[in-house]
Every structure is written in C-alpha cells, then in structure tokens.
Design a protein around this ligand. Structure first.
Ligand code: B12
Ligand code: SF4
Ligand code: SF4
Length: 388
C-alpha cells in the first residue's frame, strides 16, 4: 500500500530494516487477544507443563492472552525469525560414545543475540517516526505466546511437532517479538496447515511426547516426556522409565525437526549470524570426557551459551544417562569417579548407568558406594541397581 505522499508505508520500512539486521522472517501482528488462551489453560490443567511453573503463574497466564497486560500502550507487534542452523544436514553421528547437543544451543545464547538485534530494530524504527517511540523486546523473556504471535503475523503454521514452520524455511529459527505503541497494518494470519497426512514427527519421537492434534486441530505435547524438557528444564532425577529413550541426547532434542520434510537440507537456510554458528568444542564430545568436568571446566564449556540454563549437575546427570545408554565397559572408570561427585543428582544417575553397563567392576563400585552413601535418593538408585 502506498501512503498519500508517495513514500512507502511504515510497515515496508520496518520489514526492510529487520531484513537488513539479518532477520530472515518478519511479520506484523495486531494487539488483539489470543484466540488460543483457552487451549493454553487446558494444556496447563493437564499438567503438561511439568515443573515449568513459570508458565502457569496466574498473572502471567492472563498476560499471555492479552499483550496489554505487559505493555498497556501496545498497538502492534513486529515478530521476527532468526535462522540458527550452522550447516545443512549435519546429521547426528551414529556413535553412542559421543554426546549430542541440540542445534539451538551450539552457538552463543540466542536470548542475547536476538534481543540485541530487536533493540537495534527499535532504534531504526524510531528514525522513521517523528515522535518518541515506545518499544519492548522479548525473546523467550516474557509471558508471551511467541508461536501464536508468529502465526498471527503470517510467518508460518503450527506443525504436529508443535513447531512454528515456514513453508520454505522449515523451523530452524528463533522467534522474537517487538511490542510497539505504534499502529501498523497487521499481516494476515498464516492461512494453511501444510502437515497434511504426514506423521513423521509423531512416529519418530522416542518418548511419545507428541500427542497429535486435538479435536480443534491444535498440536499437543506432553512436555514432561519431551527430551528437551527432561534434559534442560527438569531439575531432579529423570524418570527411570524414560532414561533409555534419551539415547545420547545430552542437551535438548531435534529429532522431530530432523525428520520434518520442511527441514530438508535442500530447503533450509544456514545462519548468517556469526554468533549463532556452532562452537567447535560443544557438540560431538566424548561422553567419558564430559563426565570428568569439574566446575571450572563446566564454566569454560558453557560460558556465553544457552547450556548454562542446565547447570553442571543437570548436565552431568544427562551425560551419565547417555553413558548408561552407550553401555560400554569403557564408561566404567568415569562413572565410578562420578559415584563420588559432590552432587547427589550426578551420583544417582551414575549408579543407574553403572547398572546398565553391568559387569564385576561396576557391581563392586556400586556396593562400595552403598557402604558410605548418605543421600536417600542415591541409596535408592544404588539398591535398585544392585538388586538387578
Ligand atoms: C516452554 C517452551 C518449551 C517447552 C515446551 C514446548 C512446547 N511444545 O510447548 C520445552 C522445554 C519442551 C521446549 C522445547 C523446545 N523448544 Co521451546 N519454548 C518454550 C516457550 C518458552 C513457551 C512455549 C509454550 O508456551 N508452550 C505451551 C504451548 C501450549 O504453547 P504453544 O507451543 O505456543 O502452542 C500453541 C498452539 O498449540 C496454538 N493453538 C491452540 N489452539 C490451536 C488450534 C489450532 C487449529 C492451531 C493450529 C494451533 C492452536 O496455541 C498455543 C498457544 O500459543 C517458547 C517461547 C515462548 N515464550 O513462546 C519456546 C519456543 C517455543 N521454543 C523453541 C525451541 C527452539 C525449542 C526446541 C527446538 C529446543 C531444542 N532443540 O531442544 C525444543 C522443541 C520441542 C518441540 N517440539 O516443541 C522456539 C521455537 C521456534 C519455532 N520455530 O517454533 C521458541 C519459540 C523460543 C524462541 N524464542 O525461539 N520449549
Ligand atoms: S524434541 Fe525430541 S522428545 Fe521432544 S517432542 Fe520432539 S522428538 Fe520428542
Ligand atoms: S514431520 Fe510432518 S507432521 Fe510433523 S511437523 Fe513436519 S510436516 Fe508436520
């Protein structure tokens, strides 16, 4: 649409500025209430959020439905997508002795990368208007249904894997939202669901976390079963019945995106953002080396990265599970040392892993630890493994 003065409308300028900053996807949503809040509440009522209590805080739930609770003056939302894939294909090595870290966490922490760019975008938009602009930037940092906003801004549809998918870019992108006190013509919501009869993600999910679409067509996930939740958000012991399905995924999970035809290596965009490029030392490390990390090594390994969210104890818990799933006697020395770790979470999972590996050395280490162990949860793990 042309403005009366022959200059391009502000929305075109905003799109151009966003693209110039490297956002591969950009759309504009209005400030209206979300139509999906009732679904979100039902999802919480089922307990599918697990321990992610912040998702269920009553004040924050209503703010998810109505952006005005977050910024009273909001008139529009610029929604952006930033590609983060470092290489096309790059399938996980079929080698159970190394750890796999989800692609989103291999580069610098995306929260800061996307947020800085959104703040730059706000400055650039300011340069196009004569009055002071009010803007707030969010990247997973506020009570916002980011995928809902992206759908409303015409960026993509909700796949059965619950990801927001763009028809020509797949789903390897982060979302961010810039709330503005500026009225801009919104885009039309993304009109189609391109999943059709495909069920690849549902079939591939190793833990059965994806429950398919409900009667209204909303994709449902039981996050308590999702490997991403279990290895990042969940703080305590991983339920024993889910440990073997985790394989060698030690931080996050990409399986339901890897199998999606819209993420075919021929279609996807590789990130142009240097900060999001995978760091050399992060993915594909030998599990036995990772298991030896003390606090200093962990600090170096996770600095500046989204891996920090998991904390050392949670990360080594995941590594212990992966070593148990590898099941090689070569894992025994590292696991025996982990039985003496200062964190009970690590000791308990090391006990489970030694039980999976089996053999006389593992058995002797479990018995010796039981003699001195004082933590009841670790004792329970040791006893279960010795009973086997
Ligand atoms: C909590 C959370 C998680 C949880 C729960 C995930 C989930 N599927 O709900 C866990 C820890 C498991 C997780 C995992 C991952 N996450 Co996450 N996560 C979030 C977070 C913070 C909130 C999501 C949420 O509210 N979930 C609750 C569900 C109910 O809400 P929803 O997914 O928006 O579902 C909507 C639809 O169901 C829709 N709906 C309702 N009714 C209807 C009806 C119809 C017909 C339709 C079509 C839709 C529809 O409305 C719902 C509400 O908006 C968002 C950031 C944010 N603030 O939004 C990032 C976010 C979704 N995560 C992201 C990423 C990258 C991941 C991982 C890929 C990381 C990894 N590799 O391990 C995995 C992917 C797993 C997966 N298949 O989803 C990106 C996704 C980008 C994208 N392209 O979609 C986000 C947007 C973060 C960001 N800023 O980029 N995540
Ligand atoms: S991220 Fe992994 S565990 Fe979670 S739903 Fe997708 S395939 Fe299942
Ligand atoms: S794998 Fe198939 S069903 Fe799942 S999100 Fe992709 S297209 Fe949809």
């Amino acid at each position: 649409m042309q403005s009366p003065f022959g200059t391009p409308p502000l929305s075109d300028n905003i799109r151009a500025e966003a693209r110039a900053l490297g956002f591969g996807l950009v759309g504009i949503a209005g400030p209206d209430r979300s139509k999906h809040l009732a679904f979100y509440r039902r999802w919480l009522n089922e307990g599918y959020n697990g321990e992610m209590g912040y998702l269920a805080r009553p004040d924050a739930v209503s703010r998810r439905g109505d952006l005005r609770g977050t910024m009273a003056q909001v008139r529009s939302v610029v929604v952006v997508g930033l590609d983060y894939l470092s290489e096309a294909g790059g399938e996980e090595p079929n080698d159970a002795s190394v750890g796999v870290i989800a692609r989103y966490a291999r580069g610098r922490d995306y929260h800061s990368v996307v947020k800085m760019k959104l703040l730059d975008l706000a400055e650039r938009i300011q340069a196009h208007i004569a009055r002071p602009l009010m803007a707030r930037a969010y990247v997973d940092t506020g009570p916002m249904l980011e995928r809902d906003l992206a759908h409303r801004a015409g960026i993509g549809w909700f796949g059965k894997n619950t990801m927001l998918i763009h028809p020509r870019r797949g789903s390897w992108f982060f979302l961010g939202a810039l709330l503005l006190d500026l009225e801009i013509e919104p885009d039309t919501p993304f009109p189609v669901d391109h999943c059709g009869t495909c069920t690849s993600c549902l079939d591939a999910c190793p833990t059965g976390a994806l429950l398919g679409r409900d009667d209204d067509g909303a994709p449902v996930m039981d996050a308590r079963r999702c490997i991403s939740y279990l290895t990042i958000e969940h703080r305590g012991p991983i339920p024993r019945e889910l440990r073997s399905a985790i394989g060698n995924r030690i931080y996050g999970c990409d399986i339901c995106q890897d199998v999606c035809p819209f993420n075919s290596p021929k279609l996807v965009e590789i990130t142009k953002e240097p900060d999001l490029k995978a760091r050399d030392h992060v993915d594909g490390q030998l599990l036995i080396n990772l298991m030896e990390m003390d606090e200093v090594a962990w600090d170096n390994f996770s600095r500046g990265s989204a891996l920090r969210r998991g904390k050392r104890a949670g990360f080594l818990r995941n590594v212990a599970v992966a070593l148990g799933n590898w099941g090689s006697p070569a894992a025994v020395p590292a696991l025996v040392r982990a039985l003496g770790d200062g964190e009970s979470l690590v000791r308990g999972h090391a006990a489970w892993a030694l039980g999976r590996v089996g053999g006389s050395a593992a058995h002797a280490a479990l018995s010796a630890r039981l003699e001195v162990e004082v933590d009841s949860s670790v004792r329970a793990e040791l006893e279960l493994e010795l009973d086997h």
